[in-house]
Design a protein around this ligand. Structure first.
Ligand code: GDP
Ligand code: CA
Length: 328
């Protein structure tokens, strides 16, 4: 079975681990979000690709869900001693090596897709990990300047776009987001193999990744959404919203920016029946099933907490079963 998964970071990576356990023989292609990518200290950092790579390759910091296990921070401390920031983005020593290799290869002219393949040669994630695009896409978040602490009073009213990581990591999404813009996406081309993998797939899955800044960004690359719709295969998603709140993180803030309520049903309707055939919600949201089905999307309720690989594998199995149900 050929499965395509559109993945962000933690939610995507943990789901993939369960999926691989549920169907060890499946041929899985992961289309990874690169809208979170950022240049720091002259290095190209791809947080979501790395989270997938480290999680599936056994190098992830398990409790944290991102970054390397057994990490040290000597480089970060030395940079801070020079007064060189940003200090709010936690790059550890082991992680730095990944970004150095990536940047070096890109400086030599390799596209991100080739670099990702080279990095994966070490980590052996067991899936084909494809960046959504080789072009530069950067998610920006529009906020009120008045909400930025430290901005001088009388600065005037206005709005300002900040890099997604600045909004998410530095500001912890503590101020309202008015818009989320995947800058560059409209000009981006799907990465090598992306459209082919979708066209050749038997099923497309949306893991419980962030619907706006992870899956939404991948769908913003022209051609991807169309390829999924045209593939004519079941498309099944799993809700990252459980009990009207994100299981982890601040997805409610970016959902609000695109006018979507933080409920499992609202997220399904945001994707829409033109894209989604099936949707899994947590058992605490069983009430949402009728509303989702009324919107033309087949829906089932079951436990959706990725507490361990076994629990996550049951979610993956249910997603594939729902895919077969809508295919029939
Ligand atoms: P990021 O790029 O690291 O933020 O990761 P993703 O976009 O792939 O996933 C983030 C989303 O995963 C968040 O909106 C969480 O609500 C969701 N999530 C995390 N853990 C779980 C879980 O155990 N169950 C469900 N249903 N969603 C989860
Ligand atoms: Ca991310």
């Amino acid at each position: 079975m050929r499965i395509v998964v559109l993945a962000g970071g933690i939610g995507g990576a943990r789901f993939l681990r369960g999926l691989m356990s549920a169907v060890p023989d499946a041929d899985i292609t992961v289309i990874g979000n690169t809208g979170d990518d950022i240049h720091l200290f002259g290095l190209k950092v791809c947080p979501d690709l790395d989270t997938v790579m480290y999680t599936l390759g056994g190098g992830i910091h398990e409790e944290q869900g991102w970054g390397r296990a057994e990490e040290t921070f000597a480089v970060k401390e030395e940079l801070a001693a020079y007064g060189v920031g940003p200090e709010w983005f936690g790059l550890g020593d082991r992680d730095f090596a990944t970004h150095i290799v990536r940047t070096q290869m890109m400086s030599a002219g390799y596209p991100l897709s080739a670099v990702t393949e080279a990095l994966c040669a070490r980590w052996q994630p067991g899936v084909r990990l494809l960046p959504m695009t080789d072009d530069r896409v950067e998610t920006h978040v529009l906020i009120d300047t008045a909400d930025i602490s430290g901005s001088a009073a009388g600065d005037g009213e206005g709005r300002k776009a900040v890099h997604f990581q600045e909004y998410w990591v530095r500001m912890r999404a503590s101020v309202p987001a008015h818009a989320v813009v995947p800058v560059g996406a409209d000009q981006a081309k799907p990465g090598p193999g992306v459209l082919e993998a979708i066209a050749d797939s038997d099923v497309v899955l949306f893991p419980p990744s962030n619907p706006v800044v992870s899956v939404g960004t991948i769908l913003a690359v022209p051609g991807v959404r169309e390829a999924i719709a045209e593939a004519g295969v079941p498309v099944v998603g799993l809700s990252p919203i459980v009990g009207d709140a994100p299981v982890r993180g601040m997805a409610d803030k970016v959902l609000a920016a695109v006018g979507v309520e933080s409920t499992a049903a609202a997220v399904a309707k945001h994707y829409g029946s033109g894209l989604l055939d099936g949707w899994l919600v947590d058992e605490v949201d069983a009430d949402a099933v009728d509303e989702v089905e009324a919107a033309g999307i087949r829906c089932r309720a079951l436990p959706l907490m990725m507490t361990d690989t076994e629990a996550t594998a049951r979610m993956a199995t249910a997603a594939l079963a729902l895919a077969e149900e809508v295919r029939a």
